[in-house]
Design a protein around this ligand. Structure first.
Ligand SMILES: Cc1cc2nc3c(=O)[nH]c(=O)nc-3n(C[C@H](O)[C@H](O)[C@H](O)COP(=O)(O)OP(=O)(O)OC[C@H]3O[C@@H](n4cnc5c(N)ncnc54)[C@H](O)[C@@H]3O)c2cc1C
Length: 408
């Protein structure tokens, strides 16, 4: 088991520098254009595929890095480049993780390569869990999966919302209810293969930030998928459902509340994205404060500005430490006894929101315009306190974990 370390090894440093170069040379220069276009930046994804950043190999290498620092380091660098474009690049990886975590070896081998496509024909994947009436309250999910035993097929019906890459993805991973009595314990994940009839894109959302990332509803009308598209397989699902039914008889309340704590291991990755955006805005603000003069001296000569920068940098470093700790815990199988995954996401996302706002303030009027990137970074940063569990839900998970009672 890897010891916790604050120092990247030589291989990691090399990967970090390579990613930073791509973020600086390819992502950052394209950021403003794709933010204005509000479209998926296919040419940038293709470029990332060409150099090997948009690929299963790269994602798996970081995901299985035994120190746990591969994914946070990669996320920070790419999101330092630009959050919207970076989400377009890593969105497929987030769906692939659902398959890596729950799929059989055969499912991993079959579906993940189709999620990425190849260099000449890149594809995307989408992870579809949220619904109009089931956001934070995952247990209220309505999308139903019913097994048609005669045909060995699952039939999916429902509407998903807020799906990153929803409707434009080749492969959709869809979470659906297989046993409505069990709350989130009665959910299962399904692969919907490319061009499956019945799956369509609903409305595409026009967003406040991360506008280069496509977000849309996904409508499922009598979508039939083969039995082998149930992630983990039917036998495992039947065992899990039987166990959950048994437990529900004695411990109904806990089953209802379990959903909110299931993302501890994936939340640090979102925290790392937030660290990337915060660091980007801080660097712009630091540079500006050194070069902008008022009253005959650089504005950084004022404590009012310099202290803000000191606070910004301190929070960013603290956020990164929380993210690295939680990622290391996830990778080495340490139990999240204090909801450390949620802590890292909560702190990093609020840091990004606040630091990007301070950056605008330090740039004054220029910060408020689209001539400078901090305006976009602040709009982008607003997503981190919302997706993968809002700040309120993170606080709820942390508080419940510490208190040991179902605080409402
Ligand atoms: C750009 C974007 C991309 C997304 N990508 C995906 C994706 O790829 N796949 C996917 O499945 N989902 C995705 N989501 C969905 C995202 O995870 C949800 O938006 C999020 O979980 C919040 O759900 P909601 O929007 O329904 O808000 P709600 O749950 O309705 O919450 C509204 C407000 O009430 C608060 N609240 C709710 N319950 C409580 C409570 N018990 N205590 C205190 N406060 C509470 C919330 O914190 C929030 O402030 C995405 C969302 C966005 C905006």
């Amino acid at each position: 088991m890897a010891e916790f370390t604050l120092e990247l090894n030589d291989d990691q440093k090399q990967v970090r520098d390579w990613l930073h170069g791509f973020a600086a040379d390819v992502i950052r220069p394209a950021a403003s254009e794709w933010d204005e276009r509000e479209e998926t930046p296919w040419p940038v994804i293709q470029e990332a595929a060409k150099v090997g950043i948009y690929s299963l190999d790269f994602y798996a290498q970081q995901f299985f890095d035994p120190t746990g620092l591969g994914i946070p380091m990669a996320m920070e660098e790419l999101f330092w480049g630009d959050a919207g474009i970076a989400l377009s690049i890593v969105g497929t990886g987030l769906a692939a993780v659902g398959v890596l975590a729950n799929g059989t070896e055969e499912q991993i081998g079959t579906w993940i390569p189709q999620m990425y496509g190849d260099v000449d024909d890149v594809k995307l994947a989408a992870f579809c869990s949220s619904e109009p009436d089931a956001g934070s309250d995952v247990a209220s999910m309505r999308t139903r999966a019913v097994y048609d035993e005669a045909k060995d097929e699952w039939v999916l019906n429902g509407t998903k919302t807020w799906a990153t890459n929803g409707g434009i993805a080749a492969v959709h991973v869809v979470v659906a209810v297989v046993d409505p009595d069990l709350g989130s314990k009665g959910h299962a994940s399904f692969i919907v293969p490319p061009n499956t009839p019945g799956l369509s894109q609903g409305q595409k959302f026009k967003k406040h930030g991360i506008r280069a990332s496509h977000t849309a509803e996904v409508v499922l009308e009598d979508v039939r998928v083969p039995g082998h598209c149930l992630l983990g397989g039917k036998e495992k699902l039947d065992e899990r459902i039987a166990r959950a039914r048994e437990r529900a008889k004695t411990d109904g309340e806990r089953v209802k509340n379990a959903a909110m704590a299931t993302f501890e291991a994936s939340r640090p990755a979102v925290g790392a994205m937030a660290v990337g955006t915060a660091r980007a805005a801080y660097e712009v603000a630091l540079d500006y404060a050194k070069t902008r003069s008022q009253f005959g001296r650089p504005i950084i000569d004022n404590q009012g500005i310099a202290f803000q920068l000191a606070d910004m940098r301190t929070r960013i470093d603290a956020a990164r430490l929380l993210v690295w700790r939680a990622s290391w815990m996830a990778t080495t199988g340490k139990p999240f006894t204090s909801a450390e995954g949620s802590m890292s996401k909560l702190y990093a996302s609020e840091t990004a929101r606040d630091v990007t706002a301070q950056a605008i303030q330090i740039l004054g009027g220029n910060g408020y315009t689209r001539e400078y990137p901090v305006e976009r970074m602040h709009r982008d940063a607003a997503i981190y306190t919302i997706f993968e569990g809002t700040s309120e839900i993170q606080r709820l998970v942390i508080a419940r974990t510490l208190a040991g009672v179902p605080i409402r």
